[in-house]
Design a binder for this molecule. Structure first.
Ligand code: ATP
Length: 273
């Protein structure tokens, strides 16, 4: 639903209505990031002066990026997305400088959320096999997180599928100390997510149209689906609708509308990732 260009600074256009379930995560992020952006004086008088850093972890496709984008939108904060492996590949030997530049860019457009996707690739546990350049990148990031240059208004969020692979130094208080787990959705949460996916793609959908989706999301063939899988399910159903429309099989409808047969086709052909 939004721009995913690497390293690009913008305020995302993702809103909370496009995010299903994830209520706990939203609440925590509200407290840790939106609160200080909107009411800095209250946080300061409570003695919380340094911006929080968060690590969101869990299986792929469960909305970690989406939730961070909605958060930035609500706070009207800039958002910079950095893909971990790309940072290392694109700037071979210069990743350390790239890290410093990212924080400089973030500082020049506060409030700003610096979002590191696949954080484990940038800050893996250091061991004997660590390369010198790898260690330098970790150190550069730790220096920035500790705010030697000042980190006011710069909020760091990292994501990972493997929190056990992250250098524990990153997780100390004041660094990425707020840890949020985003799991695969339960059946009930799937209904909320499929509705959100549908609302994103069919703005103006009415309550009855949305209510019809619940039986699909609760279908046992969706067990183990992530949010991304539900998004894929909707795409399959919509593609099938179009196919039928072009073949003139939608009974003279002026506009193609997803029907029961399309959802059935999608359910029969989508596998959980
Ligand atoms: P990865 O670990 O692979 O980066 P992620 O957890 O960051 O995955 P997202 O990129 O946020 O996952 O989700 C991928 C897509 O799946 C979203 O763009 C959205 O279409 C859909 N999606 C995932 N979770 C949700 C959700 N909770 N509500 C609505 N849509 C969702």
């Amino acid at each position: 639903p939004s721009l995913r260009k690497d390293g690009f600074t913008s305020i995302p256009n993702v809103t909370w209505s496009q995010v299903g379930a994830l209520c706990d995560v939203r609440e925590q992020l509200n407290m840790s990031i939106i609160g200080p952006i909107k009411h800095p004086e209250i946080y300061q008088s409570a003695g919380l002066n340094r911006p929080a850093g968060c690590l969101i972890w869990g299986p792929p496709g469960c909305g970690k990026t989406l939730v961070a984008q909605a958060l930035a939108n609500e706070a009207q904060a800039s958002f910079i997305l950095i893909n971990g492996p790309e940072l290392l590949n694109k700037y071979v030997g210069e990743s350390e400088r790239a890290v410093r530049e990212l924080f400089n860019r973030a500082r020049s457009s506060t409030p700003c959320i610096l979002f590191f996707d696949e954080m484990d690739s940038i800050v893996p546990k250091r061991d004997n096999a660590s390369t010198e350049s790898g260690t330098r990148v970790v150190n550069a990031l730790l220096t920035e997180l500790d705010g030697a240059q000042g980190r006011a208004g710069v909020y760091v969020i990292g994501t990972t599928n493997r929190p056990d692979m992250i250098d524990p130094a990153m997780l100390r208080p004041g660094r990425l100390s707020v840890r949020l787990f985003v799991d695969l959705p339960t059946a009930d949460e799937r209904t909320d997510i499929l509705r959100a996916v549908y609302r994103t793609n069919h703005p103006g959908a009415g309550p009855e149209e949305l209510a019809q989706l619940d039986a699909i999301a609760l279908d046992s063939r969706c067990d183990g689906f992530s949010g991304a899988d539900l998004d894929g399910l909707h795409i399959k159903a919509a593609e099938n609708t179009l196919k039928r429309w072009f073949k003139g099989e939608t009974g003279g409808q002026l506009k193609p509308e997803i029907g029961e047969a399309d959802w059935e086709h999608a359910l029969a052909t989508t596998r959980r990732s």
